[in-house]
Design a protein around this ligand. Structure first.
Ligand code: HEC
Length: 192
């Protein structure tokens, strides 16, 4: 600042106090500062309604477990397709959700969206997949292989070439999510 330049704040009043003879102007806060404050207030109302008042957004704990499920799903997608691996997939929310999408679009016409097939409606073509009675075995690998190969003679299509390994493992996980590891498995006598 030039030494002879005078500061003349025309509108700013002097505040009433003085400390050691020092007074201060009552300066208006700059607009950029005020607008930043207003924006944070508006943001706060939105944020707080979203997460705390209406609980639309996930809580931190939900967000963490969602992320963990994603990481686990990514890890599981390279897991071996054995019984243990498929059981793990059936307990993973991401896998099961992906399998549900496949099931509802591809399998529901015959097995019904409820997966209960003939047990729910006489008009359904496919058998119940939620009970513990299986025609072709209830181990996850047996279910996987059956979906892969199909039973053409009985009207169950061969899904291997259509869906591929990833989608079959997802849909198997969705079916096994309705079952418990170690539950008794009854093999139904083959129907003619
Ligand atoms: C066109 C009708 C049809 C569609 C679509 C269909 N299925 Fe089936 N499914 C059947 C029939 C019929 C059987 C019974 C086969 C038998 O009696 O051996 C069956 C059997 C099964 C079984 C064996 C059940 C057991 O008790 O052993 C599984 C598992 C299965 N289907 C899964 C699926 C999945 C997963 C899909 C979708 C990708 C699917 N099915 C789509 C008709 C269908």
């Amino acid at each position: 600042m030039m030494p002879n330049q005078q500061i003349t704040p025309d509108e700013d009043p002097i505040r009433p106090h003085a400390y050691d003879g020092i007074t201060e102007y009552d300066k208006r806060l700059p607009n950029w500062w005020l607008y930043t404050l207003y924006i944070t207030i508006v943001f706060w109302v939105g944020y707080w309604s979203y997460y705390e008042w209406f609980r639309v957004g996930p809580t931190s704990a939900q967000a963490v477990s969602g992320e963990m499920a994603k990481i686990e799903a990514a890890r599981l997608s390279t897991a071996k397709l054995d019984d243990a691996g498929l059981w793990k997939m059936s307990r993973n929310a991401d896998f099961v959700a992906a399998g549900k999408v496949v099931f509802e679009s591809t399998c529901a016409p015959c097995h019904l969206a409820s997966m209960r097939g003939k047990a729910e409606s006489a008009a359904a073509i496919g058998p119940d997949l939620t009970d513990t009675t299986w025609i072709h075995g209830g181990k996850p690998t047996e279910v996987y292989n059956l979906i892969d190969k199909g039973v053409l003679a009985k009207g169950m299509p061969t899904w291997g070439p259509v869906l591929g390994a990833k989608k079959i493992s997802e849909v198997t996980a969705y079916i096994m999510s309705k079952h418990k590891e170690g539950e008794p498995v009854v093999i139904a006598p083959a129907t003619p």
